[in-house]
Write a protein of this length. Structure first.
Length: 247
C-alpha cells in the first residue's frame, strides 16, 4: 500500500520530534505526507521507559518498507544526549517512584521544561540542517496536564525561536486539538491498516517500559496513565468505526 499524498508537497524540510511513541509516529507520518524532506530527532534524557529509543529505528524502517513514497522523503535521524535533564528533573519519568498527582495539580510524570528544551535544541539542529519546520506531538485535548503542551506555549516559543535565530521557524502540532481516539483515526487516514499495524506493534508509550504484554492497542503494562490513555482512545476509535459501519 502506498501512502496517500496531497497534490502539492511543501518544498520545505521538516524536523520531527520523534520519541518512538504513538503520537510522534503519527506526527512523522503526517509530516511525510506533506513535506519534501523529513528528518527526525530524539532525546535520551534518562527516561525510565528508554526502551522507546530502541523503537525509533524499528518504526522508521517499518515506515520505509510499508510506504516507499514516504521512504524517499525520509532523511537522517538525530539522537541527542540530554542526561543532564534527567539529573535535575527528579520526576516519575526519570526516577523509580510511583506515579501520582502532586500538590500543584500536575502529575509527577511532568518533566519541567522538557518540551521547551526539546524544541530549542531541535531548532538549533534544524537551523544547521536547513529545516524550517518543527513537528511535535504536543496536545492539550487529551494529555496529562502538562503546561508545556499548551497551544499558547508553543505559539510563544515559535515566535521566540524565529526571532532568536533570525529566520522563520514554524512549529507544527497536528495533534494539538484532537483526542486519542481521533489520533487513531488520523493515523488510519494517513496510512490505513498498514500504519495502524506499525503503531500497534512497534511504537512504545508505556511509562513502565513494558514490552512483553500485548494488547489490541499495542504493547505496555496496561495500567500506567500512558497505557490507559492509549487503550481508552483505541476503544473509542473501534466503537466509532463499528457504529459508522452499522449506520
Amino acid at each position: 500500500m502506498n501512502a496517500a499524498a496531497p497534490a502539492d508537497i511543501d518544498p520545505r524540510t521538516a524536523l520531527v520530534l520523534f520519541s518512538g511513541g504513538q503520537d510522534s509516529t503519527v506526527c512523522l507520518a503526517w509530516a511525510l505526507s506533506r513535506y519534501a524532506r523529513v528528518e527526525t530527532i530524539g532525546f535520551d534524557y534518562g527516561q525510565r521507559h528508554r526502551v522507546e529509543l530502541a523503537c525509533r529505528g524499528v518504526v522508521r524502517e517499518a515506515l520505509v518498507n510499508a510506504f516507499p513514497r514516504w521512504g524517499a522523503r525520509l532523511g537522517e535521524d538525530h539522537l541527542l544526549d540530554l542526561g543532564l535533564l534527567g539529573q535535575i528533573s527528579q520526576t516519575a519519568l526519570t526516577d523509580d517512584r510511583a506515579i501520582e498527582m502532586q500538590a500543584n495539580g500536575l502529575p509527577n510524570t511532568f518533566v519541567p521544561g522538557r518540551n521547551l528544551l526539546f524544541l530549542n535544541l531541535a531548532a538549533v539542529v534544524a537551523y544547521r540542517r536547513g529545516a524550517s519546520v518543527l513537528v511535535g506531538g504536543m496536545c492539550e485535548t487529551d494529555y496529562s496536564g502538562y503546561p508545556d503542551c499548551r497551544d499558547n506555549t508553543l505559539k510563544a516559543l515559535q515566535v521566540a525561536l524565529s526571532l532568536g535565530l533570525d529566520t522563520p521557524m514554524t512549529v507544527e502540532t497536528p495533534l494539538m486539538f484532537i483526542d486519542k481516539a481521533q489520533t487513531w483515526s488520523l493515523s488510519e487516514g494517513l496510512g490505513g491498516a498498514a500504519l495502524q499495524a506499525i503503531i500497534r506493534e512497534h511504537t512504545h508509550t508505556c511509562y513502565q517500559g513494558v514490552r512483553d504484554h500485548v494488547h489490541e492497542w499495542g504493547r505496555g503494562c496496561g495500567s500506567c496513565p500512558a497505557c490507559e490513555l492509549r487503550a481508552q482512545g483505541w476503544q473509542r476509535f473501534v466503537q466509532a468505526a463499528a457504529s459508522a459501519r452499522a449506520g
